[in-house]
Design a protein around this ligand. Structure first.
Ligand SMILES: [Zn+2]
Length: 213
């Protein structure tokens, strides 16, 4: 079920207060227009009617792409992890067979959507990204890379973006042959070992690579 409410927002530019529509829960089957709106940020963008400033709001919400059996909880402030983990971890409810994820930031949410839209398994993408991180830390530590995100460009090509101070400083092509090789070699074991895992990120990938041996 989609759920939204009006909430008072203080404009970050002019300081005036206005009501803004905030979503607790988004179901793309009920609100198909939200599928595009979460991808282009309009769902979370505040437009100030006084000064015209816009800002993307960060708040907790549940994203339910029901037609594809995908459930992602965005725990932007870290306040709801335990509750959501308990809910998503339950068996024998309407969400059996779903891809269930908890992400800890809005950027991670956007990255998950890009990976899912590309038809890729986020677990394998994170495993590849963890090896990219290892390479960066071994050979390019002086570059001060802070974030690496999966991304898709306007031509539909996938890659990793390297960011520092919030800006992109480098990129690399996504190695689809490597992706397929890992998938063919390890997917059943990854499935078996990660059945209950909700947070699929770099730390998860490092642990999984160790388990896979
Ligand atoms: Zn304003």
């Amino acid at each position: 079920m989609s759920q939204s409410a009006m909430q008072e927002i203080t404009c970050p530019q002019c300081g005036k207060k206005h009501e803004c529509l905030v979503w607790d829960s988004i179901n793309t089957m009920e609100n198909p227009e939200m599928k595009a709106a979460v991808r282009n940020d309009e769902a979370f963008r505040y437009h100030c009617p006084d000064c015209g400033a816009t800002a993307v709001l960060n708040y907790n919400f549940l994203y339910h792409q029901q037609e594809d059996k995908i459930l992602i909880f965005v725990d932007a402030d870290g306040s709801s992890y335990n509750d959501m983990a308990a809910m998503l971890g339950q068996k024998g409810n309407a969400f059996d067979g779903y891809v269930k994820r908890i992400v800890l930031s809005y950027n991670e949410f956007k990255e998950k959507l890009l990976i899912l839209d590309a038809g890729l398994d986020d677990r394998i993408v994170e495993i590849i990204k963890s090896s990219v991180w290892a390479n960066v830390e071994e050979h390019y530590k002086d570059k001060g890379i802070e974030e690496i995100y999966f991304a898709t460009n306007e031509d539909g090509e996938h890659g990793f973006l390297f960011r520092k101070g919030g800006a992109m400083v480098a990129s690399m092509e996504f190695d689809i042959a490597l992706y397929k090789a890992i998938k063919d070699a390890a997917l059943p074991r990854i499935d078996f070992l990660s059945q209950k895992d909700l947070i699929i990120n770099r730390a998860w990938a490092v642990e999984m690579v160790n388990k896979l041996g």
